[in-house]
Design a protein around this ligand. Structure first.
Ligand code: AMP
Length: 358
């Protein structure tokens, strides 16, 4: 999607895929380098092909940023921000330093430290692998003390971050772009529903009072500015009775911002392009919109029949061109744009439901 925005503005794209040949990103790039993120020759080639480096996935080898910086290229967002977002402990420390609230947490590097974390935080907690986690991978909720040993056996091969469970009303995200001159533009507040830790649907604007909406966008802008971001950052938050709590950040466009493609004059992908190549940022305001994710589960017996989608004007189907469908794998999404967020969410949810009936 960044590739489309780049081509629209006359840029050429080289992509390092992490290993896959014929990847979705490679299909819209002039150069596809099908190699691992830690492949030094591949990184050298990427650097040689490029004038500026950006990311659409943060769990990469941070050495890519060093190689690019050493060759005199701009890396946006910087390697420091990528490294921060890869590690939940570094991320929480950097969020706290930026002055935003996170859930009470402890680090645990042994079973006895996990026991101490539970003692100090109280139950329930969520234990998360500190590094390279996403979509609930490497996570376990602990409700009872008797579960601690089992969770340590399953997750304890690596450093953990242990968090208090936040009793939230809803989950939110704010996608914010910041340019090298310090201009900050957001897309408003997204309200997200997760199923099995995977984003299931997004509706915007979030159904919140105006003060909370402002508070949420201010938190995202603050992180972007305090961290000296150049690029796009998604800030995921919990809306709790006592206030907004930041869960995690992703220094790139995010699933919860897919609706910006149709709902905003400047999508999150175009904002990333603009920030990264040094253009002024665009108008990020969104019309009311809703998005539902289409997971691999829908494709296990073949491609669904899309006729119910095509029968409705104002509903947009996006398929990412992934070759293999697996349960929980994000294969595409549906977006509807209109006037009433509740009506739009009902509409795309019902359409997705219709797809499962063949
Ligand atoms: P994460 O991988 O940190 O984004 O977590 C995935 C999902 O687990 C979140 O979107 C929440 O639904 C849930 N979750 C994670 N951390 C917490 C927490 N501290 N309190 C309550 N729910 C959480």
């Amino acid at each position: 999607m960044l590739g489309y925005a780049a081509h629209q503005h006359g840029y050429r794209v080289a992509v390092l895929t992490g290993g896959d040949n014929d990847s979705p990103a490679g299909a819209v790039a002039e150069v596809e380098i099908a190699a691992g993120f830690d492949d030094e020759d591949a990184v050298k080639r990427l650097v040689a092909e490029s004038d500026v480096i950006t990311w659409e996935f943060e769990n990469v080898d941070a050495g890519i940023a060093d190689a690019a910086t050493n060759a005199g290229l701009e890396v946006r967002p910087s390697g420091r921000i990528i490294a921060t977002a890869q590690d939940r402990r570094a991320e929480k420390e950097a969020l706290t330093a930026a002055g935003v609230a996170v859930a009470p947490w402890r680090s645990a590097e042994s079973e006895s430290e996990l026991v101490s974390a539970v003692n100090e935080l109280g139950l329930p907690v969520i234990a998360k692998a500190a590094r390279f986690g996403y979509d609930g991978k490497g996570q376990a909720r602990i409700e009872r003390r008797a579960e601690i040993a089992d969770v340590w056996r399953r997750l304890g091969a690596q450093r953990l971050v242990v968090e208090s469970v936040v009793a939230f009303e809803r989950e939110l995200s704010v996608i914010v772009a910041r340019s090298h001159s310090g201009e900050v533009v957001d897309h408003g507040v997204m309200e997200n529903r997760h199923v099995d830790h995977i984003l299931d649907s997004t509706v915007t604007p979030a159904r919140l009072n105006p003060e909370r909406l402002n508070e949420a966008t201010a938190i995202a802008a603050r992180i972007a500015s305090e961290w000296g971001l150049v690029g796009v950052l998604c800030v995921e938050m919990f809306d709790a009775a006592h206030g907004l709590v930041v869960n995690e950040v992703a220094p790139r466009p995010h699933n919860s911002g897919h609706c910006t493609i149709e709902a905003s004059p400047t999508s999150q992908f175009e904002q990333q392009l603009r920030a990264v190549v040094g253009m002024p940022l665009g108008d990020g305001r969104c019309r009311p919109a809703a998005m539902v994710q289409l997971l691999g589960d829908l494709f296990l017996e073949g491609c669904p029949d899309w006729s119910p989608v095509f029968a409705q004007s104002g509903v947009h189907l996006h398929l990412y061109g992934k070759h293999e469908a697996r349960r929980g794998r994000k294969m595409g999404h549906l977006t509807a744009v209109g006037d009433d967020p509740d009506v739009l969410l009902d509409r795309v949810t019902a359409l997705r439901q219709a797809l499962t009936v063949r």
